[in-house]
Design a protein around this ligand. Sequence first.
Ligand code: NAD
Length: 270
Amino acid sequence: MKRLEGKNALVTGGSTGIGRATAIRFADEGANVAINYHSSETEAEITLEEIQTTCSSIREKGCREMLVQGDIANEEDVERIFREILKAWRRLDVLINNAGIQTASPTHEMAMDAYDRVLAVNLRGAFLCSREAVRHFLDRGGGGVILNNTSVHETVPKPQYAPYAASKAGLGALARTLALEYAGQGIRVNTVAPGAIATPINREWTDDPEKRAAVEDHIPMGRAGEPEEIAAVFAFLASDEAAYITGQTIYVDGGLTLYPDFRTPWSSGS
Ligand code: NAD
């Protein structure tokens, strides 16, 4: 039996990058997947087609995959997204708060609408989706999994990306709080913190060999991560193999949080 057989999962921002890889991985492990997308309908449909191909090759009955459009920063959209899923499936088992954005600017020049939008998608959006998921989990008697996509910047500062770092630190705190609040109802809440992963959010350096080499030079394992390497950890955390894990952040970063500057012993003068 596949690890996620029969589980119904929602992936926010599931049409591209890590969300897309996660949706495909979940389908591959037997889950039914709802792919939330905001504006990239064509990409969402391509992801859906890939999932359908995956499903028809592994399952006799196929999948019950679906697309759910909506801006996760918008309360009405999130309520509608959950209504659509529950109308179709009656039950949700796993929420993956994956959608996220970033914006770069020196802090003293940052426009408030740019700051507010990053917080709205990355933190408010995850809160709104988590709240709907918990309401449903409690309604059906407890049990359920919430997973969050933070970043190494959950803990590592990121100059010129203050709202991004603040939103990801906040998301980590939100996850640990919900984990404690609902552990007694069998709801597990965990977080994956990726390092530098080759996805559309990083097009600025993934598509430029020189810039990519400069990024990879900072990573102890010497390479950027692939979205599938993050998806694999989400799949583990969603499965019963992680039944006793809650309130944790797993860093999946090729060693980026190991203080790479200490690869040579400069601090001891040798
Ligand atoms: P991505 O840009 O491909 O994915 C982000 C997704 O979020 C997109 O599909 C986008 O359409 C969606 N989205 C944006 N605003 C939305 C909204 N309001 N409502 C619904 N969906 C919305 O890049 P990615 O790297 O796959 O990013 C996924 C997550 O991974 C993000 O939370 C990001 O912060 C996190 N992350 C990425 C990296 C990396 O190096 N790529 C590292 C650490 C964390």
